[in-house]
Write a new protein. Structure first.
Lengths: 325, 330
């Protein structure tokens, strides 16, 4: 990798297989990527591509079946017990459904203080001060709302409370799994702006998992595109969106609808649907829907290769190479 | 006969709740012509779904008051009996709901669910219904329709299920297809397929379509006119181009600007709308958007603006301090 910065998170050959021995479903099929300190890596893909499973496997909410995940040089996949719990305070996760990720019968200030209470790391006064500080940071007045119950809040506010809770242990890495997809656009913009502010203030590194291409581009420095458990392209967000190299990335971007009357009406639409992960195609997993597929794509799996600094693509016929011919 | 298909006048739907009356739709008027696609856009709670269901005549039997009028091809939906409404469902108007899993019966083969409509509404016999059902499955782009006729909904993907729901809606050749968030919850590539399908069917079958959505991207290129709703009322309406490029109501602009764009650079600061949508049970006499509006004056909090005509054909907005027009500027 040509990037001189140190990776905070190093994922190597991560795989997650569900199902039975006879019918394995490989949700994540050996993916590798780095997340550098202070950056936001976006992870996009359609449902079933394994993006959420990747996030959960990094947290070890689901157990990885292969590969390693290193956070600041320590392998999360082999840690156990207290060491694992300690390591987990360095990375936190924010989930899609803000309402069901908070206990409706608990008070907001207790929800935010839960991580502190678990570790008994602070005294009563300090706890109070930290909670007030965190709640004000996410735009919830602790004096007015601190004693209210989670059920009294709207989705957007619940997501703010989730963010406050995730910051309580001062994590290095925040994994955001579809954190704005349940919110209305006007509220979504508030949360995305808030996340950007907090990222700078707390020096956070973000793994931002979402299906919405516009949202991912807005928050990310680099973007990784997943298809059927594999990464097919990873690169700086502006380059990747302007000059996608993988045919799938191009179709995905072409299908994204812009709120603009002058955007092209019928772009190239990707036909068919993703194949079942129970029985993935041989070779390149996208070949069954790819207009450029050849026999080589069926027999030989394309590996991620660097085609420009920081831009990797897993395709035998990257689009720019194809255009040059 | 004129080519006007639907006339909605002062349509209001109020639910009686334990906390008092909840005016979900508060006096909406619009027309829809034949072969036209209309978009109804709004955030959650804006009343767009209740409006579309009221036009269909689908509302709970109790605790709801509907006033005003909705005439569909001469048939007055408001106040009509269930019996009479059953006469227009399917043949005059049909609906595609958001969630294709819950609108299909999970333990009934999809072919049978299409047959049912054909046999009950059109009185077809078994063989004719089956042949027509397979034709419909083919029409909505389901591969190998003969085999899929025997499939259960659970054996199909979300996109395929939505195609089946569309096939059922089309079974009695309705004049108006009401699609309530038809692609929400589907992946982008599948969403594009379904929207293209609706477009094709609309011209092929000479239907009118009402597309209800929260996603401005969905309506941008596929509708001729748009209604923007906020807190149960129409705040702006006009041709799609006018609404997108010459909007006068600050809420329309805020809605457009708060959504991230694929075309803009990463880390572009979003123009968020402060606050959140109002509680419909506590609406004030003024403009419902006033508490979140950057242009609000004292009058906005006191008096509600009615829809005022703008320059463009059919373009109207409800605002005391409209944004300057950009018509003729570019």
């Amino acid at each position: 990798m040509s990037d001189p910065r140190t990776p905070l998170l190093k994922v190597r050959d991560l795989s997650v297989t569900f199902g039975t021995k006879r019918h394995p479903v490989s949700a994540v099929a050996g993916i590798s990527f780095d997340v550098y300190e202070g950056e936001t890596l976006g992870l996009v893909g359609e449902s079933g591509c394994g993006k959420s499973t990747t996030g959960k496997a990094i947290m070890r909410i689901v157990e990885p079946t292969g590969g390693t995940v290193e956070l600041e040089g320590r392998d999360i996949t082999t840690e156990k017990g207290r060491a694992l719990r300690q390591l987990r305070t360095r990375l936190q996760m924010i989930f899609q459904d803000p309402i069901s990720s908070l206990n409706p019968r608990r008070r907001v200030k207790d929800i935010v203080a839960e991580p502190l209470d678990c570790w008994k790391s602070v005294t009563g006064d300090e706890r109070e001060r930290l909670v007030q500080d965190l709640l004000s940071k996410v735009g919830i007045d602790p004096l007015v709302y601190g004693n209210r119950y989670a059920r009294q809040f709207s989705g957007g506010q619940c997501q703010r409370i989730s963010i406050a809770r995730s910051l309580a242990m001062r994590p290095k890495l925040l994994i955001c799994d579809e954190m704005v997809s349940a919110l209305d656009v006007s509220v979504q913009a508030q949360i995305l702006n808030l996340l950007e502010d907090l990222k700078n203030e707390y020096g956070l590194t973000l793994l931002f998992i979402a299906h919405d291409l516009a949202v991912v581009k807005n928050v990310s420095d680099r973007v990784a595109v997943m298809y059927l458990g594999k990464i097919c392209e990873i690169g700086p967000s502006d380059t990747l969106y302007e000059d996608p190299e993988h045919p799938y990335t191009k179709f995905l971007l072409g299908a994204a609808l812009e709120a603009d009357v002058d955007s092209p009406v019928h772009g190239d639409v990707l036909e068919g649907e993703p194949p079942s992960p129970l029985n993935p195609p041989s070779g390149c997993r996208f070949r069954t829907r790819c207009p450029n597929a050849t026999e080589k794509c069926a027999s030989e799996e394309p590996l991620l290769q660097e085609i420009a600094p920081g831009h990797q693509v897993a395709c035998h016929y990257p689009l720019r190479t194809l255009a040059r011919r | 006969m004129s080519d006007r298909l639907l006339e909605v006048r002062d349509l209001a739907t109020t639910f009686a709740t334990a906390g008092g009356p909840l005016p979900a739709v508060g006096g909406v008027s619009f027309d829809l012509n034949q072969n036209e696609t209309l978009g109804i856009v709004g955030e959650s709670g804006s009343g767009k779904t209740v409006l579309s269901r009221t036009i269909m005549g689908l509302q709970p039997r109790t605790n709801v008051t509907v006033s005003g009028s909705a005439r569909l091809n001469g048939f007055e939906v408001v106040g009509a009996s269930e019996e009479a409404k059953r006469g227009i469902w399917g043949t005059e108007v049909a609906m595609v709901f958001q969630d294709p899993m819950t609108s299909l019966n999970p333990v009934m083969r999809i072919g049978k669910q299409i047959d049912e409509v054909l046999r009950v509404r059109l009185g077809m016999d078994k063989a004719a219904a089956k042949a027509r059902a397979i034709e419909l499955l083919e029409l909505v782009g389901i591969p190998s329709p003969v085999e899929r006729y025997r499939a259960y909904p659970g054996q199909l993907s979300g996109g395929m299920r939505q195609r089946v729901v569309i096939a059922i809606a089309l079974a009695c050749s309705p004049k108006l297809l009401m699609a309530d968030e038809p692609t929400t919850g589907l992946d982008v590539t599948i969403q594009a397929q379904i929207l293209n399908l609706l477009d094709r069917l609309k011209s092929q079958l000479q239907m009118s379509v009402i597309l209800v959505t929260h996603d401005l991207g969905v309506v941008a290129t596929r509708t001729s006119r748009i209604i923007v709703m906020y807190a149960g009322r129409v705040v702006e309406t006009g041709s799609t181009r006018d609404v997108f490029q010459n909007h006068r109501m600050p809420y329309t602009r805020a809605l457009l600007e708060s959504s991230p764009k694929v075309a803009s650079h990463s880390h572009t600061r979003l123009q968020a709308i402060p606050g959140r949508p109002p509680n419909l049970m506590k609406l004030t006499a003024g403009c419902a958007f006033a508490p979140r509006c950057a242009y609000a004056t004292e009058r906005c909090h006191r008096e509600r603006p009615e829809l005022t005509a703008a320059e463009g054909p059919g373009h109207a907005f409800a605002c005391w301090n409209p944004l300057p027009t950009t018509r003729g500027a570019s």
